[in-house]
Design a protein around this ligand. Structure first.
Ligand code: MTE
Ligand code: MOS
Length: 744
């Protein structure tokens, strides 16, 4: 049995020894490869009045300047037709307006600096507030409604109103955006791309080049992290490489420097939310009315589905009888914000967790009591109408964290500590996660696989999902080995390619293993079914190799294409109702922190997590996903401080945090001193491959426990019953300001 075994990541040894090949490693092995460098605009918003490539050609080693005039197909790098690959109007500071190909990267860089571009600066909108004032929005404006909020407020004993705004997040995958293109003798375009969505990269490359999809093949060997940032954003870079290769006949590589990546690519959406909430005498939520405004940046990209998921997660784990939540997407002159682990879910959930964290002291309830009291119970449905299945799992995880985390004992210890120390206060908090699994857009919930059994009995599998470090390939090997009843060493996996499995969905929404795993299993089952007569003839004890050999001689097809579609899903994007999710993933975390009253600096002392992954396909991989997701969430909520220059000065709109020196990421020193993760037991999920649940995104939201623990510690500097407002990210500086305000 291979599924459920604790195995290291299939490429762990390659990763840590540096032998793993990434897209740009392939490029550097190609003789005669040309290097691409962008010409980045120095304005947040400007009309391009002149673009003269001639001076670049004076630089030795410059081979070709790519401009709009070179595009044989559509000058468009997105799926919404609002993202010109070569713009005539600059929409954000750092946008590429042309690309230069050189014999060396240095030649390309000098060439890019020499391209003569004239700009006529235009007024720009840098913040959500700027966009709201200017009535600058894009895309749909959905509203999710259940019940009657007015009646809910009328029946509420307490009603509160507030504003919650919070920042986005830079993906900071270790491997920046990379693409490498080659054209063969017949004009067939082959692109290697660091992309979570090879099919869509293929489609964009095809439409830019004016080709059909069968003339373009996209491969993704692996990514050095994607985190959602490579779901939609790689397409333009792939198109630049493919266009360059087509025009020059030479291989072309595009690989962004960190600074280019940070200034050009989209990030997690920051949000601004206004809310009004009603509770009854017992602290039970009665009504929630809110308006969520996301910062979409300059183009739509994935902002609409991200907003939908935000609306679908404002309830988090809580039953709210009357709900009216409106969403809208600000259009600003910044990078085009995109998918990022959780895909809007974290943003929606942050709103309700902030509401509960702020209201608890005023309601006279411990925050954990307020949260627990409002949990869904069996028979209740989400605001969009999907029944909440297995809510008792959340109770179980919650209780386990309280018990094994010795919550009550530590609460007492902390009170004792805080009473004795005026300058350093400790805080403790426990928070739940309920996260819907499946793409909201029902059609995306399909996957394919290709399984080959060779005459010697060895097996090669291919599936539509991409590997970005999350261990999908490891899980797929385990699924195939289990389905075929073979040792895992007999199975190998080939890189993801659009000519192997077509029409794939992005590897996203945490559904990679659910969808592709079921497709791999389906292909294996087809092959096994075909060889049943051979097995019957040779006896059940016959070695696999003998059965395969005999099956081949009998002219039995030893390979199969598998397919899977998730049944039972529905979603109406206009009414915002349906059953968009196959199931919910649950988790609970408790965090303890200590805050210094002089500086606002803090440390996370201990974290206890119980997370529901169903029957784990691969427990070590899942553990890594939980730890990694949690820490990435802690980074978003407490450290990573994304800033654009919003002054009226000459650098207006410029990303101020464009490298690791100014953008603080969580590192080893920010890990909780004591981090304990357990998988929820007795958690088989029926109807999913081997009873497993998705794990990629949900654990990120366990990090709310840290934010709420910081709030608790800040509160200890003031008088009990004070509502604590905490900025997000809750950097030491923000924590210090929060302490200042509760002291007053
Ligand atoms: N883990 C690693 N190591 N690197 C990543 O880029 N991406 C996350 C998550 N875990 C990511 C990761 C995101 S955003 C998603 S949607 C899922 O993995 C995608 O993979 P899955 O569907 O196979 O879980
Ligand atoms: Mo993940 S944000 O769905 O790529």
């Amino acid at each position: 049995m291979s599924v459920g075994e604790a195995r290291p990541h299939e490429a762990a040894a390659l990763h840590v020894t540096g032998r793993a090949l990434y897209t740009d490693d392939l490029a550097l092995r190609a003789p005669g490869v040309l290097h691409a460098h962008p010409v980045q605009a120095p304005h947040a918003h400007a009309r391009i009045t002149r673009l003269d490539p001639l001076p670049a050609y004076a630089i030795p080693g410059v081979v070709r300047v790519l401009t709009a005039a070179d595009v044989p197909g559509a000058n468009d790098s997105g799926t919404k037709h609002d993202e010109p690959l070569f713009p005539d109007e600059v929409m954000f500071h750092g946008q590429s307006v042309a690309w230069v190909l050189g014999e060396t990267l240095e030649a390309a860089r000098l060439g890019a600096a020499a391209v003569d571009v004239g700009y006529e600066p235009l007024p720009s909108l840098v913040t959500i507030a700027d966009a709201v004032d200017a009535d600058s929005f894009q895309g749909a404006r959905p509203t999710m409604v259940r019940g009657d909020v007015e009646a809910g407020f009328a029946a509420s004993a307490r009603v509160f109103e507030g504003v919650t705004s919070f920042a986005g997040q830079e993906h900071f995958y270790l491997e920046t955006h990379a693409s490498f293109a080659q054209v063969d003798d017949d004009g067939q375009v082959n692109v290697s791309s660091s992309t979570q969505h090879p099919t869509e990269t293929q489609e964009i490359v095809a439409h830019v080049l004016g080709l059909a999809s069968h003339q373009v093949t996209v491969q993704c060997v692996r990514m050095g992290g994607g985190f959602g940032g490579k779901e939609m954003q790689p397409h333009g870079y792939a198109a630049v490489a493919a266009l360059g290769a087509t025009l020059t006949g030479r291989p072309v590589r595009v690989r962004l420097t960190r600074q280019q990546d940070m200034t050009m690519s989209g990030k997690r959406h920051g949000f601004h939310a206004t809310w009004k909430v009603g509770f009854d005498d017992d602290g039970r939520l009665q009504a929630l009315e809110a308006t969520l405004t996301s910062d979409g940046g300059w183009s739509l990209d994935l902002s609409e589905p991200v907003l939908s998921r935000a609306l679908c997660h404002v309830d988090n784990a809580y039953w709210i009888p009357h709900v009216r939540v409106a969403g809208r997407i600000a259009r600003t002159h910044t990078t085009s914000q995109t998918a990022f682990r959780g895909f809007g879910g974290p943003q929606g959930m942050l709103v309700i967790e902030d509401v509960l964290g702020r209201c608890a002291p005023v309601l006279g309830l411990a925050p954990e009591e307020l949260r627990r009291r409002n949990f869904y119970v069996e028979g209740q449905a989400t605001p969009y109408g999907q029944p909440v299945r297995h809510p008792e799992r959340l109770d179980r995880a919650w209780q386990q964290v309280l018990d094994t985390g010795e919550y009550a004992v530590r609460r007492k210890e902390i009170e004792r500590h805080n009473a004795g120390d005026p300058h350093r206060k400790r805080g403790l908090a426990i928070t739940p996660v309920k996260f819907g699994i499946s793409f909201n857009f029902t059609s995306f919930n399909q996957a394919g696989a290709l399984v080959h059994v060779y005459k010697d009995g060895s097996v090669l599998i291919n599936h539509g999902g991409t590997e970005m470090g999350q261990g999908l390939h490891t899980k797929m090997l385990q699924v195939a080995a289990t389905a075929l009843g073979l040792p895992i060493e007999r199975v190998r996996l080939a890189p993801t390619r659009t000519d192997k499995v077509p029409n794939t969905s992005a590897t996203a929404a945490s559904s990679g293993a659910d969808l592709n795993g079921a497709a791999v299993k389906d292909a294996c089952a087809q092959i096994l079914a075909r060889i049943v007569p051979v097995r019957a003839r040779l006896g059940t004890d016959a070695p696999w190799e003998d059965v395969v050999r005999a099956a081949y001689l009998d002219r039995i097809q030893l390979w199969a294409a598998g397919f899977y579609r998730t049944e039972g899903l529905s979603w109406d994007a206009t009414t915002m109702t349906g059953t968009p999710f196959k199931y919910f993933a649950y988790g609970v975390a408790a965090a303890e922190v200590e805050v210094d009253g002089f500086t606002g600096a803090y440390e996370v002392r201990r974290v206890d997590i119980v997370h529901d992954v169903g029957d784990s396909l691969s427990p070590l991989v899942d553990l890594g996903q939980i730890e990694g997701g949690f820490v990435q969430g802690v980074g978003w909520l407490t450290l990573e401080d994304l800033r654009w220059d919003d002054s009226e000065g000459p650098h207006r709109g410029r990303l101020a945090t464009q490298s690791a020196s100014t953008y603080k990421l969580p590192s080893l020193s920010e890990l909780p001193a004591d981090l304990r993760v357990a998988l929820l037991e007795r958690a088989t999920e029926d109807g999913v491959v081997y009873g497993s649940k998705a794990v990629g995104e949900p654990p990120l939201m366990l990090a709310f426990s840290v934010r709420e623990a910081l709030r608790d510690a800040v509160g200890a500097f003031g008088t009990p019953g004070t509502s604590v407002e905490l900025a997000s990210p809750a950097t030491p500086e923000a924590v210090w300001w929060a302490i200042e305000s509760v002291r007053r």
